[in-house]
Design a protein around this ligand. Structure first.
Ligand code: MTE
Length: 320
């Protein structure tokens, strides 16, 4: 059972232990736990997860990759946040097999020249796949290094044609409670939503990932296609996308809707701006072992050379 700190608790989390879901969860959501019971029954009836055979994907290496050692496939696929499948880190690996990912289509609309419902093959058509080994920093102060396979979001946006009035991109995840039992818990206003400013979306670092470790995307990591924005906290990297809309106004996002005082729209990794309930100065690298200790968190997660210019003139403290 996740623990929730008592009311008014302000101490930083124990650096030797994981932050629990309850540590980062607004009370409203926490109290809604019984909502999920119907979903739990569905899970009990589900067959045990057997590890699926993944198709290998050919992808070119990228100069944008870090040379840090990637986490193992086991770590990347067994320690996840994907609340549609449950609230514990191990729930997505156990439950994501319930999600049907084939066929899959994405509705692309709003301020675009060529709106439509594009099936996955069409979305990927002509987009050069690359392996991007990125640091990945969760707002909960843990991190990994993940060898994603994907293509630049800019390539897709150019293909569908962005109209001049478009200032933001809004994304939505699949909403299918009978396959995503966490969605029976109604405290989150499903579907999961995220958004980027258009220049963030067009930045070469921003990718739509369709795989990792040279294979198609495991379901618990957001199959068949998810966003990866490596200089922002992990919650911006929305999984299992079914809708992309180009809009004029800043779109609502799931974590901001839940707790605007704790999770902002920009959510750039920033070691100098603490979360109201814990420090963001350091992080725990998953798999590093207890003796490794915590490591310093880097401004923009180490991608400042590529993205700091996007925020010239903005108060970075206010971007949280
Ligand atoms: N996308 C959806 N649809 N649902 C989620 O719960 N969790 C986010 C993000 N994308 C989430 C999501 C959070 S909080 C994190 S840290 C990352 O996914 C985790 O990605 P990973 O499990 O592949 O490491």
């Amino acid at each position: 059972m996740p623990r929730r700190p008592g009311p008014g608790t302000t101490r930083a989390p124990d650096p030797t232990s994981d932050l629990k879901w309850s540590d980062v969860t607004p009370e409203r959501l926490w109290l809604g736990r019984r909502d999920v019971m119907a979903g739990a029954a569905a899970l009990l009836a589900a067959p045990a997860l057997t590890r699926p055979a993944f198709a290998r994907i050919e992808a070119a290496p990228s100069a944008l990759s870090t040379d840090e050692a990637p986490n193992t496939f086991e770590e990347i696929t067994n320690y996840n946040n994907f609340y549609e499948f449950g609230w514990e880190k191990t729930d997505p690996a156990r439950n994501a097999h319930l999600m049907t990912t084939d066929p899959w289509s994405i509705t692309i609309d709003g301020l675009v020249e060529r709106p439509g419902v594009y099936d996955l093959a069409d979305v990927m058509k002509g987009q050069p796949l690359e392996e991007r080994i990125y640091r990945f920093r969760c707002v909960e102060a843990w991190s990994m290094v993940i060898p994603w396979i994907g293509f630049q979001l800019s390539g897709l946006l150019e293909r569908v044609g962005v109209q001049p009035g478009a200032k933001y991109v809004a994304f939505e995840t699949l909403h299918r409670p009978n396959e995503m039992p966490g969605q029976y818990r109604t405290a989150i206003r499903w579907p999961y939503r995220e958004g980027l400013r258009i220049d963030e979306a067009m930045n070469p670092l921003t990718i739509l990932a369709t795989g990792l470790y040279g294979k198609e995307m495991p379901k618990q990591n957001g199959a068949p296609i998810r966003l990866v924005v490596p200089w922002k906290y992990g919650f911006k990297s929305i999984k299992s996308i079914v809708k992309i809309r180009l809009v004029e106004e800043q779109p609502p996002t799931t974590w901001q809707q839940l707790q605007a005082g704790e999770y902002g729209f920009y959510a750039n990794v920033n070691p100098e701006v603490d979360h109201p309930r814990w420090s963001q100065a350091t992080e725990r690298r998953i798999g590093a072992g207890l003796l490794a200790g915590r490591q310093e968190t880097l401004m923009f997660n180490g991608y400042a050379d590529h993205v700091a210019g996007l925020y010239d003139g903005m108060d970075l403290r206010a971007l949280y």
